[in-house]
Design a protein around this ligand. Structure first.
Ligand code: SME
Length: 152
């Protein structure tokens, strides 16, 4: 197991503990974004919640864009295409929305409800290029699945 995997194992176990019995999605997103952000040392870690468009939810990091339309940017693409999107270099992603000029790479993971609809996205930005891999995708998808059964 790599160091990154072992950090994620710890985060996943703690996220499961936080999610256990917690039905308030904002409270849970707040703690999960803090957990990931501080354990992994990312630049920005947070959620956008699906309403008529994506609306900023709990996060850690600098001030970010408040609303993102369906299909726009990396977040809107993950929502529209219902899949995790990994961007090794944000400057090479057409339509990337630069909330912070410091962001160099990004991963966005959809949060699915039990009925298969996308309820939110988990967005993480790094100040380094090419930070995110299949390992991040796998663990972040497992963490996102802890947010599938709360009330939105
Ligand atoms: N870069 C994102 C916007 C959100 S911020 O990174 C926090 C995007 O292109 O959707």
């Amino acid at each position: 197991m790599t160091e990154k995997e072992s950090r994620y194992e710890d985060i996943l176990a703690r996220a499961k503990g936080l999610a256990d019995g917690e039905n308030d999605v904002v409270a849970l997103m707040a703690n999960i974004s803090s957990l990931i952000h501080y354990e992994m040392g990312f630049w920005w870690t947070g959620f956008y919640i699906v309403k008529s468009e994506l609306v900023l939810g709990p996060f850690q990091g600098p001030v970010a864009c408040t609303r993102i339309a369906f299909g726009r940017g990396v977040c809107g693409t993950a929502w529209k295409e219902r899949r995790t999107v990994i961007v090794p270099d944000v400057e090479l992603f057409p339509g990337h929305i630069a909330c912070s000029s410091e962001s160099r790479s990004e991963i966005v993971v959809p949060v699915f409800a039990a009925d298969g609809s996308v309820k939110a996205v988990l967005d993480i930005d790094s100040r380094e290029l090419d930070t995110f891999s299949d390992v991040d995708a796998r663990y972040l998808e497992a963490i996102a699945s802890l947010l599938s059964r709360q009330d939105y």
